[in-house]
Design a protein around this ligand. Structure first.
Ligand SMILES: [Zn+2]
Length: 240
């Protein structure tokens, strides 16, 4: 997901990750994500916005635990990951997941939509699915395919570009939409296998579409809220 980073962090990244983007591995992507996540969490900690609402944080951890345990069965690779979940009172992203299971969840989004536990489980399962499906690695690989010059440049530059280079971001938008749809679908299935009723999960997308000021188009790299609600409703109808 998209985070704004201060420029000096890019210079540091280049020192830590001198390797070319041509030979990307999940391990390298996870190491880069862990570093960016640490930096972002430290910013939140310094501004007293890291896990500031203890009740909300504990609620998120309580709901996420069984979902991560279920993901370990469905995607065995994820059982070895050092999952981390933090919360923040506000945040420009509703929630995001970075490679290797590094999550951040915004209380503002949960409050705005008055999310039930099932709806919050849907948000978390969507993010867990992004990580489990290696969406970051696939995005970097697609960027190198679209712009082969990236293969010879340091990975840290590509890591920065997918969040800041609007030309590249627009080219990646079709993949981004597919990844959102996949995370919606696989996330709902994950949470359903973990025991949540499918229709209660799907209600998250109904609330999000109702709350959206433009339900038929919101972001260029995301499917529209109304199409997500329709897909969730249709999938839920197939699950007992
Ligand atoms: Zn997503």
């Amino acid at each position: 997901m998209r985070r704004m980073l201060a420029a000096p962090l890019l210079a540091l990244s280049l020192v830590l990750h001198p390797g070319p983007a041509a030979a990307l591995s999940q391990e390298e992507v996870m190491a880069g994500a862990a570093r960016l996540y640490r930096e972002r969490m430290e910013e939140l900690r310094v501004s007293r916005r890291l896990d500031a609402d203890r009740a909300f944080h504990e609620r998120v951890l309580r709901i996420a635990g069984p979902l991560i345990a279920r993901a370990a069965r469905d995607w065995p690779e994820t059982a070895r990951w050092d999952w981390e979940i933090h919360t923040t009172p506000d945040g420009d992203d509703h929630a995001y997941a970075m490679a290797g299971g590094k999550l951040l969840v915004s209380r503002a989004h949960a409050r705005e939509l008055e999310l039930s536990d099932a709806e919050l489980a849907m948000v978390l399962a969507h993010e867990i699915a992004h990580a489990a499906l290696r969406h970051n690695l696939l995005e970097y690989e697609e960027a190198v395919r679209l712009e082969p010059a990236w293969a010879a440049r340091p990975f840290a530059e590509l890591e920065h570009a997918v969040d800041h280079d609007t030309g590249l971001m627009r080219k990646l938008a079709p993949l981004g939409i597919l990844q959102e749809q996949e995370a919606d679908r696989e996330g709902m299935l994950l949470a359903w296998r973990a025991g949540w009723p499918a229709l209660a999960l799907a209600r998250y997308f109904q609330k999000a579409a109702r709350a959206s000021s433009s339900p038929n188009f919101e972001q260029f790299a995301h499917p529209s809220p109304s199409s997500r609600w329709q897909a969730a409703r249709e999938l839920a109808a197939t699950l007992p």
